[in-house]
Structure formats: C-alpha cells, structure tokens
Design a protein around this ligand. Structure first.
Ligand code: SF4
Length: 486
C-alpha cells in the first residue's frame, strides 16, 4: 500500500546530510521520537575533528550572526539562514563558518562563501552538497552569486583547504535531492532499511533499525550478506531469513551461479548460517582441531592495537601474557597485561625496538589477535623500519587470527562475528559499559587535548588501557571457547 503524504516540511542542512547517508535516517530524524536515538561516539569524534580543523584554520575569533555579515567581518559563525527553492520548498541552514571574499553583496564590496570540515581522507557527496546548500541560501540572502565553498581538514599539523566549485551539475543534483527528500520525509512510513547495513554502525538509530531488521528477518541480518548479495538474493526470489533457511542448497547454488563463482560457492553456507540464526544453536563445520598450536603451548600472548586512523597513528600495542599452569589448565587469574604506548608517534624506531624485544622474549608462544588489523599494522611498521620480508615472516610466524579460525570452523547464531558481538554472546562484559573502538579513540583525542595541550589531569588514558586489556581478554574468551568446543 502506498504511504500517505504528510505535507511539506522545512528541509534543513542536517536533514540533507542524514538523507545522503541513508534515506531512512532523514525520515527518522524528522519524524521519530528522539529518545529512541542512542549516543554514538562517531558524532563526538566528528565534532572533535571539526573543532580542531576550525581552530587550525581561523587566525582570529570569528564574529557572530547576521550583524557580523552586515559589518563585513572576515569570518562569521552562528548564522541561521532561511530560504526557498525554485519549486517553493522551505529550506533552512546553519553554515558552520562563512568567510568574506572580494566581490559584491547586498551590503557592499564584499561577499561570503561557506566553509565545511571534511571528515576522512576524501571530499564526499555530503561535503559537496551541504556546501552547495549553504551557498544557495547565502545567495538568496546577500543577493549575489556564490561560486564556490571550501572544505578544510586538519590532521596532526597538516591543514588542508580544498575549493569546491558549485558547478551546474552540483546545483542540479542539490535541487533534485531536495525534491526527493521532501517526498521521503513527508511520507507516513519510513523508507526501508539501507541495503548497506555497514553504515548503521555509525548511526544513532541503530538500535531501532536492528530491532526492525530482526523482527522482519531482514536478509542483511544474516552473517555474510552485504548490500550486493542481498539484492542478488531478492532477485532470485528470496526475501527474508526464513525463506533463505528453507531453500534447497543445490537450487540456490544453481541460481547464484549466474552471478559469479563467489556467490555460487557460498550458497550452502548462507543457508546454514540462516538456519543457525533461526535455531540459535552453533554449528561446527568439520571435525578438525581449530587451534592445534595451543595443544602443547606453554602460554599465549594476546595482541590488540588501538589506533587513530586519521592521524595514521597506532598509539597503543596491548599485550596480555597468559601462562599455562603445570596441570595444563588455563586461567585468566594468571594473566599479565603489558602495554606498549606510542604517545608521540615521533619515535617509531623506539616503539619498534620494544615490540621486537617483546616478541623475542616470548618467541615460543602463539600470538593471538582478532581480525587482520594487528598483523597488517605490524607488517607495515616492520616495513617502515626496513625489515626484510624474511625477517617479518619469522617474527609473525606464531600469529594466529582467532576471527579467521572461528569463521573457518563454526557458524554462530549471530548476525556478525565482530569481537564485541561474539564475546558478548559468550557473556563477556567490558569494564566500561558501551565501550568500543570509536569511544576509545574519542578518549584518546580528549586525553591528548586535556593533558598535552591544556596541561590538565585526565584519567582517560587509564580507561583506554582498561578497554584494550578487555579486548585482549575477550579475544582469549573466544579462543578458550574454541578450545573447549572442538
Ligand atoms: S541505522 Fe542504518 S538503516 Fe537505520 S537509519 Fe541508520 S543508517 Fe539507516
């Protein structure tokens, strides 16, 4: 049944940005109860980066509001602009920063352009369209054309400023988008869940949407089904978890062969995964021993890295040393946490020497890690330090990716096999409720700002160490489960 139309609403810059990320998000922002949102560290990280970039860009304090524009101040913040599109849609924006340039405006021989902060390494559609949106509003206000805007970003001490020209194509894309947003947010029912559910990790509506996906048995809830595979399954007539679980593997394999070998090969696995998620009983994929290296090991070293990806800075290499008891038992009571901190990131040689020394001291022990990050980061660091392939191979020969072993050996009743998800399924609880990688990164940036820049006390570094130690313990909990469920 077609949705009812609720009537025209004002489209703000926030709604535009939400819509670009996910059409459903824009609808929820506009129409759903905000209390159902959950706090996300990603938003706080964005604001932190925004703050740092503006601090780096501005030479003097900006002036505030419309008065600042009228006076021709060099930079102005806190301006709220309202306007109309050519088709009569109400729009409203709160530009992050406006900068005066030479030109003409309603007030005299100067004009204003909008400035945004770029997150990540590339200019996104969100950057382009939000700048064009602000440009469109400023034009209406200053009565003269705005030809471009700036996207700025400061990482470490490097401030980047990029010019975005408002081409005819961008302007058309903006106006088309505003029309489509108006249609979407005016409907009585929200648009469907995004097909790329990876985006949901960063979204404050995640809990609400997870609940819906779960209720509906959405295919994206099945581990191994991303946006592309979900579309393919729908094309071959499978629309939910139950339908997938009751499909014949040979039939599905035949149907998926039209979409390439990779899809054809996983048909049976997807069906089994769906069945496990319905039955809530884990299923072992074979009789082999998943962690043979631990059979006679005298102990293990568990390795987990914390990083600031924007600054390309691995600031913590955490190790948990667990020695096996003489009677062959493993106990976390015997574990010792041994972190290596890389606070400044200006003496990689020293960090590398410590890491090498640590691995050499425990060279007879398997090194457990969860996912590829640790091995990849270690490899890159070793290369930067001039180690040969042969040396690196020798140093990493004992590394064991617990995530890969788990996925190769078991199907679990879980929609994803992330460390948090699997360890929580095994009843492990992190010391700080709701902690995750993004929150640890936020603590790190806040700690740096308060201690290094403002010389204030902060216990956030202790929180990060505790969080990292918990990640190591969680990795062990999963390895231990694999050992006990062979
Ligand atoms: S959680 Fe996912 S589907 Fe829901 S609004 Fe956010 S991005 Fe869209």
């Amino acid at each position: 049944m077609a949705s009812h139309i609720l009537g025209n609403k004002t489209i703000t810059d926030r709604i535009l940005c939400s819509w670009i990320r996910c059409r459903r998000k824009a609808w929820l922002d506009q129409n759903e109860n905000n209390r159902k949102k959950v706090w996300s560290a990603h938003r706080a990280l964005q604001l932190d980066h925004q703050h740092k970039s503006l601090e780096g860009f501005l030479k003097n304090s900006p002036q505030k509001g419309i008065e600042g524009l009228k006076k021709g101040a060099r930079e102005v913040v806190g301006v709220r602009l309202k306007g109309l599109t050519a088709l009569g849609l109400n729009i409203e924006g709160h530009p992050l920063l406006l900068q005066r340039i030479k030109g003409k405006s309603f007030w005299g021989e100067f004009s204003y352009i909008p400035i945004t902060v770029r997150q990540g390494h590339r200019i996104t559609r969100e950057n382009r369209l939000s700048l064009a949106f602000w440009g469109y509003l400023i034009e209406q206000f200053q009565k003269f054309e705005v030809k471009y805007g700036l996207a700025i970003s400061k990482v470490n001490n490097d401030l980047k400023v990029e010019k975005i020209i408002f081409t005819k194509k961008i302007k058309t894309e903006l106006l088309d988008s505003l029309e489509r947003i108006n249609q979407d947010i005016s409907k009585e029912d929200p648009p469907a869940l995004t097909s790329d559910r990876k985006k949901c990790t960063l979204c404050s509506w995640k809990e609400l949407c997870d609940e819906k996906a779960n209720q509906e048995g959405d295919l994206s809830e099945v581990n191994g089904i991303g946006a592309k595979r979900k579309n393919i399954l729908q094309e071959v007539g499978i629309s939910n978890l139950n339908e997938l679980a009751s499909t014949n593997p040979i039939d599905l394999s035949k149907k998926l062969s039209n979409y390439g070998e990779a899809h054809e090969k996983v048909a049976a696995q997807l069906i089994n995964q769906a069945r496990v998620q319905i039955n809530l009983v884990p299923k072992q994929l074979g009789e082999w021993i998943i962690l043979p290296e631990l059979k006679f090991a005298k102990g293990v070293l568990i390795y987990d890295i914390e990083s600031d990806p924007d600054a390309k800075h691995d600031f913590l290499h955490g190790f948990l040393l667990l020695r096996r008891r003489d009677n062959g038992e493993w106990s976390l009571d015997d574990a010792k946490y041994k972190p290596i901190l890389n606070i400044e990131n200006n003496n990689e040689k020293a960090v590398w020497n410590k890491l090498k020394h640590r691995l050499k001291a425990f060279q007879d022990l398997p090194v457990l890690h969860y996912g590829q990050t640790e091995l990849l980061s270690f490899y890159k660091l070793a290369k930067r330090q001039g180690e040969s392939e042969k040396e690196i191979k020798m140093m990493t020969v004992n590394f064991i990716d617990i995530h890969a072993r788990l996925k190769g050996g078991w199907l679990l009743p879980l929609s994803n096999y992330s460390l948090k998800n699997v360890a929580q399924w095994l009843n492990f609880k992190w010391t700080y409720k709701g902690s995750n990688g993004a929150r640890a990164l936020l603590w790190w940036r806040q700690w740096k700002r308060s201690v290094k820049i403002r010389n204030q006390k902060s216990n956030k570094l202790d929180w990060i160490l505790k969080y990292n130690q918990d990640d190591c313990i969680a990795t062990w909990k999963i390895a231990d489960w694999l050992l006990n469920n062979k």
